[in-house]
Design a protein around this ligand. Structure first.
Ligand SMILES: NC(=O)c1ccc[n+]([C@@H]2O[C@H](COP(=O)([O-])OP(=O)(O)OC[C@H]3O[C@@H](n4cnc5c(N)ncnc54)[C@H](OP(=O)(O)O)[C@@H]3O)[C@@H](O)[C@H]2O)c1
Length: 269
């Protein structure tokens, strides 16, 4: 038995990338995982992997921007035990393009998935998280943010805005629900080797931004760090030295960061 044994863990965006790795990682530790995403075939493949490591798994496909789907997914997660130990708000999408040309409707669509959906799913899950907190002392909401939740770079304005907003909501929520034993963990990955960049919206036909000097992490490495941070009860996880340096610079060396981002803008013209 490990610390996460028989916990119920709901993971959004579980059909790919970091979500897939989290599903397998938690299953290895004996948790019951509830997986969601839009693409049923991709989800089925992850369900197979989770069962392959001996995991008990439920699967409920749906679109995180659709309220009826969110309600159905939370109900499915609560069906076995009425409790939810960990909610991982991981589903998200990138957007690369100049702030000069962001299409307002695109921005709204991005916020609907990256910002509104995690908040709303958390609201719907609060009762189940509360039951888990009463039963075992704590429950956790994981918000998968990004280094761009604290640092905005050229061509990343829209995406960074959606993650900055998620960070603000998470900070408020953390304070509001702490007394009920529900923790909020904000995770800031840097570049991770997933289909994320290929799937992102681009408005200028150029590939996604790869910040200079950043090591690309594997989804498995990030998932392992997230699971350990949940077990420790951390409030924030910055997943690499690159993220820590960028985050530090944003707070204590903002003019140096402005110089770096101006150079990045020059290169991406
Ligand atoms: N990869 C990186 O470099 C990186 C860096 C920092 C932060 N992040 C964050 O990490 C999270 C996971 O990204 P990833 O790298 O693992 O990317 P990914 O491999 O593209 O996975 C994204 C997941 O989100 C799901 N998703 C997308 N739109 C959805 C919708 N409308 N409804 C429900 N699910 C939806 C996708 O499933 P379906 O297509 O099946 O719906 C997929 O499972 C995101 O929040 C991203 O912002 C990624």
């Amino acid at each position: 038995m490990t610390e996460t044994s028989r916990q119920v863990v709901l993971i959004t965006g579980a059909s790919s990338g970091i979500g897939r790795a989290l599903a397998v990682g938690w299953a290895r530790r004996g948790a019951i995982t509830v997986l969601t995403g839009r693409h049923v075939e991709a989800l089925d493949a992850v369900v197979g992997e989770v069962r392959g490591v001996g995991g008990e798994v439920l699967c409920e496909a749906g679109d995180m921007t659709c309220e009826a789907d969110r309600v159905r997914i939370v109900a499915r997660a609560l069906a076995p035990t009425g409790r939810l130990d960990v909610l991982v708000n991981n589903a998200g999408r990138g957007y690369y393009g100049s702030a000069r040309t962001i299409v307002p409707a695109d921005l709204e669509g991005l916020f609907a998935l990256n910002t509104v959906a995690p908040l709303r799913l958390t609201q719907l899950a609060l009762e189940g998280l509360g039951h888990a907190a009463v039963a075992s002392g704590h429950a956790t909401v994981v918000m998968i943010s990004s280094v761009t939740g604290v640092v905005a770079a050229p061509r990343l304005g829209a995406y960074a805005a959606s993650k900055f907003a998620l960070e603000a909501l998470s900070a408020a929520l953390r304070a509001e629900i702490a007394a009920s034993g529900i923790r909020v963990l904000v995770v800031r990955p840097g570049p991770v080797d997933t289909p994320f960049r290929a799937r992102a919206t681009t408005t200028d036909g150029q590939p996604g931004v790869r910040p200079p000097g950043a090591r690309v992490q594997s989804a498995d490495e990030v998932a392992e760090l997230v699971i350990r941070a949940v077990v420790r009860g951390d409030a924030v996880l910055e997943t690499s030295a690159f993220v820590k340096a960028a985050s530090f610079a944003s707070r204590l060396m903002p003019s140096a960061l402005r110089w770096v981002t101006r150079r990045m803008a020059g290169r991406s013209k």
